[in-house]
Write a protein that binds this ligand. Sequence first.
Ligand code: SF4
Length: 352
Amino acid sequence: MINQSLPDISVPLLQWYRQNARVLPWRSDPTPYKVWVSEVMLQQTRVEAVKPYFERFMQALPTISSLADAEEQTLLKLWEGLGYYSRVRNLQKAAKIVMSNCHGEMPRTPSELIKLPGIGPYTAGAIASIAYQYKAPAVDGNVLRVVTRLLSDSRDILSPSVKKDLTQKIEKILPDEIGAFNQALMELGAVICLPNGAPKCENCPVRTFCTSFSSQTQLQYPVKTPKKERKIEQKTVFLFLFQHKVAVCKRPPDGLLANLWGYPMADDYLAEEEVLPYLLQKNYCVSSVLTLQPSKHIFTHLEWHMACYAVILSKPPQNNTFFWSTRQELRDVYPIPSAYKKITKYLLETDL
Ligand code: SF4
């Protein structure tokens, strides 16, 4: 029903939100900076996972100016485990622009906000509406799910023209209480109109407006075209250990996981019997090799399938780019991405 306009759901939705909004650390005092950082963290990450990161980030970098001046390694460490590190790099780039071009104050309108690195239409709408009460929609995946179900709209929500049309439909019903309305719509999608499974329609404050509820076709929406298959890369990760220290190395400044730290890797999946010949051929002085659980990490367009080995060395190798890290430094200093989470956990829990 693509020509149908969106019913005005604002009154029951806001009433429900006032009674049911979750208590979240960025909601109590929604300054533009807090809304911005939380929205960027939430872009690819669940609310529960974001909470401790947000609190740690705000404690370490409480202002836009402190974010602009932070060392890169500090930033990456604060983001360690959240993934999609370009997000935090863009946060800092944008903070520098705000400090130099906007007298340290976040712009107020979506059209200005969107000029900053890492801020798209959704984040711009969220900052403008929640922090400044500017009348703009904030349309994320949760909102699109709710709206397509309300309207039984079977168009592909990944299509920009469909998203634009749905955004315009939402714009027509925006109430004055804009920040709360946008958050309420997102909240409804996050806790009631759930993805991947049955929505909790019996608790939904807008079910009397919902066409897919009346026809019991909720699960047919939203429609998304299937994503392309991810490329699979085979890797072998080595925990090289020498005198209880582990070899870490900095990743290149460009590309995947740029400037983060990781472990030495081979661009192939080495089977157990292939590991020792491989290491000897590279002139490592090997005392012993221990086979660890293989690991898999999924990036947006790519999967790493990793064989993992702990290798005790009798001599540190020469001519290499390794840094020898203690376990304490691994915890506190080096930003290690989630791709290495399993192997890092193993290392921190053993005494090799
Ligand atoms: Fe979503 Fe059900 Fe509410 Fe419709 S009635 S908006 S499908 S939770």
